[in-house]
Design a protein around this ligand. Sequence first.
Ligand code: CP3
Length: 345
Amino acid sequence: MTSRQRFLAACAGQVVDRPPVWIMRQAGRYLPEYRDLKSKHGFLGMVKTPALAAEVSLQPLRRFALDAAILFSDILVIPEALGQAYQFRDQGGIAMERRLETRADIAALADAAAVPERLQYVAQALRLLHGELKGERALLGFGGSPWTLATYMVEGGSSEDFIRIKTLFYTERATFEALLEKLTDALIAYFRLQIEAGADAIQIFDSWGGIVAGPDYEAASLQWIRRIVAALPPAFPLILYAKDTAAHHVLQAGAGIRVLSVDWTADLAALHDRLAAARIPAALQGNLDPVLLNTTPEVVRRATARLLESMRGRAGHIVNLGHGILPQARIDCVEALVNTVTAWK
Ligand code: CP3
């Protein structure tokens, strides 16, 4: 069984020899070869040059026996393709070139139909990766959820309190919906492009779903994700990354996605039982604490074995962290994680 077959079988909830494994943000600052390339080309230079994006995506696969590669890119390529560029703040975090405030600002964004042409560099990077992987390892595409992207666009970058996006949601619902509809259409076009270019699965990052008031989660975030699910080929493996949204796990898993990726606060086996009881066939991805990879290989081996043991005999598990790997992660700890999974019996 190839890694790609193992990955797709796990997405489909089938029994496999051992759970597949990949790591969110597996191409990143903890790798010296990533820092090296970034010092020469810059983050955006790497994202926008297909050969470099493909190279960065492959770097972690050369070191570790990962079952999947993820496209090297960013969720913010969508706002950029719609006409709102992004950059990184010196102190960390994102700064958008301006902030969306009025209905006119939203109307001035490009049409969603412009997205595939403007993001040809992503399609090219995926095609290069598809060729390099030779069907042996799975190839993942990704994008932000409409809600998560809207937070950056309305806040004007990273935010601490999310007052602007929430105020828009509470007081100007029609304007909010005009923006979310545009983002949803843009993401549907973008994901179709990724599928045509060879993505085996796509992960939707609802990274800021957890800041929404509980009763508003459906209206603010999940309904737009449902529209994306409905517009893509039936049974295409969509993974929904849910951070800080434990209250909505069953709702999310039942939204038509194939895999729910959960943060480290959840008990994965207990969630597996809850989904089984509700007859929801979604697989689960996760969910080790990223900070484990900053500790020691021995600590990582124990935590990984505990997770694997708790999921023993349960079909539909993809091992991952509960959020992206941190820049301070130790390479021997990443090795310990991946090797514990690949040696698991
Ligand atoms: O998983 C992977 O390896 C694929 C690459 C990937 C990146 N960003 C590359 C990246 C993925 C899947 C993303 C998604 C992303 N981008 C999300 C959702 C995932 C999550 O973490 O919840 C979000 C919210 C963003 C927006 C973004 N891009 C942020 C908040 C940052 C960090 C800014 C900071 O403070 O430095 C980025 C930059 C970014 N995107 C980096 C990488 C590897 C770090 C850039 C660097 O090298 O300095």
